[in-house]
Design a protein around this ligand. Structure first.
Ligand code: GDP
Ligand code: IMO
Ligand code: MG
Length: 429
């Protein structure tokens, strides 16, 4: 089979960008399937750092075609800005980047609604990126959105923006006591975006399926992670799309019949940005140490990420719902220097062992993690090219993870650089 999937298996920011970039030379096409510019995928290659938000993480490799599928939501201004930043770093988009004509558009009233809703929620806020992701997917599901293919038609933009703003402005004025938004400037602005983006808008499902039929290799790139998936994550503290394997299929138009390997990217510990339950979170000095050692600050918003030990209960759930065939374990190097490392192997609910992974965020918030403790190691892992050279303690730790999850590793990543990886299997093997 010639289509493999790389997705997040925790709360996002697992290092998907690095893993996709690393495997991209084996692929003809890299395709993003869901999410929007809430994603921040970092690639560090040849001494240059690239932060990709909507552009797929295969873009740095000249021979790879990059597609953003129907499942993504696009803020055209943010996309044009991202392309400009990348062009300045020598990336060429012509004839090798296409965005689906069916992808939904984020308008300024989406980001405004996102921010107002969060503000109104006060301490109960979700901690969204404020970029309009949720409201744009709401319009998609509500059948009131506009798609990229329609951005080329001024009348369609006008009808959509006028209708949606009529509703938004009532909410802004009477519910949120906030400024209303004028339609006309948005219509003009978005029509201009449409003209600029026209060469990149295409039927990406047909492109990718033709490529597969012709024997080409495709890597589908997820955004966010299993615990932020709208169905399987820690609802309502989730994003508004399916970052799991199902979302890779529906967000690309690639049938699961093509899928071979499904690589779940997981940090050797855990992080989360935004609100919501996080059973293994470390509030104190240890959490701060992890944040500093792992440089855990959001690639999109710069917010400090909440840090904690690896949660194998949540990760095993992610393995199940995604059908993960391999784990790409990242940031193992960050754990060097910790005297003791822990892994959560079960939860206690009201003093008794909890069954499975709770569906309810309130139950998860009450879950008490049960840990297995591991002796730490002091040696740096970043320069080591072989697993056999790792300190025994590091090998014991990762062997336990593998055994617990009943899934092998495809790569162990020990640094942000493209080459700081121990690759155990190819992506299409
Ligand atoms: P993504 O959203 O899943 O692509 O992850 P982000 O790019 O948001 O966050 C991962 C961060 O960890 C980035 O700054 C990467 O450069 C960095 N990173 C990835 N893998 C490793 C690794 O193995 N070790 C270290 N130290 N950093 C890594
Ligand atoms: P990548 O692809 C980490 C989080 C936000 C918030 C919740 C909802 O880089 O892993 P949204 O703006 O999507 O409505 O916010 O989801 N979130 C992410 N956290 N990494 C991401 O993407 C995220 N995208 C959204 O912090 O808690
Ligand atoms: Mg990220």
């Amino acid at each position: 089979m010639s289509c493999s999937v790389v997705l997040g298996s925790q709360w996002g920011d697992e290092g998907k960008g690095k893993i996709v970039d690393m495997y991209a030379p084996d692929a003809d096409i890299v395709m993003r399937c869901q999410g929007g510019h809430n994603a921040g995928h970092t690639v560090f290659a040849n001494g240059t750092s690239y932060i990709l938000h909507l552009v797929p993480s295969g873009i740095i490799h000249k021979n790879v075609i990059n597609l953003a599928g129907n499942g993504v939501v696009v803020d055209p201004a943010a996309l044009l800005n991202e392309m400009e930043v990348l062009e300045k770093k020598g990336i060429d988009f012509k004839d090798r980047f296409f965005i689906s004509d069916r992808a939904h558009i984020i308008f300024p009233y989406h980001s405004a609604a996102d921010k107002l809703k969060e503000k109104q929620a006060g301490s109960a806020k979700l901690g969204t990126t404020g970029l309009g992701i949720g409201p744009a997917y709401t319009d998609k599901a509500n059948r009131t959105g506009l798609r990229m293919g329609e951005l080329l038609n001024r009348d369609l933009i006008k009808n959509c923006v006028t209708d949606n703003l009529a509703q938004y402005n009532i909410l802004a004025k009477y519910l949120y006591n906030s400024e209303t938004i004028e339609a006309e400037p948005i219509i003009d602005e978005y029509y201009e975006y449409g003209k600029k983006l026209a060469p990149y808008i295409a039927d990406t499902a047909s492109i990718v399926n033709k490529a597969l039929k012709d024997g080409k290799k495709v890597l589908l790139e997820g955004a966010q992670g299993a615990m932020l998936d709208i169905d399987f994550g820690t609802y309502p503290f989730v994003t508004s799309s399916n970052g799991s394997t199902g979302g890779a299929a529906s967000g690309s138009g690639v049938s699961p019949k093509w899928f071979s390997n499904i690589i779940g990217v997981a940090k050797a510990y855990c992080t989360r940005v935004g609100s919501g339950p996080f059973p293994t979170e470390l509030d104190g000095e240890l959490g701060e140490r992890l944040r500093i050692a792992g440089k855990e600050f959001g690639a999109t918003t710069g917010r400090p990420r909440r840090c904690g030990f690896i949660d194998l209960v949540a990760l095993k759930y992610a393995v199940m719902i995604n059908g993960i065939t391999h784990i790409a374990l990242t940031k193992l190097d960050v754990l060097s220097g910790f005297d003791e490392i822990k892994a959560c192997t079960s939860y206690l609910a009201d003093g008794a062992a909890a069954e499975g992974f709770p569906a309810n965020a309130a139950d998860l918030a009450k879950a008490v993690p049960v840990y297995k403790s591991f002796k730490g190691w002091s040696a740096s892992l970043s320069e080591l090219g072989r697993l056999e050279d790792f300190p025994k303690e590091a090998r014991v730790y990762i062997a336990f993870i593998e055994e617990f999850l009943e899934v092998g590793f495809s790569v162990i990543s020990v640094g942000s650089d493209r080459n700081a990886s121990i690759v155990l299997s190819g992506i299409f093997e």
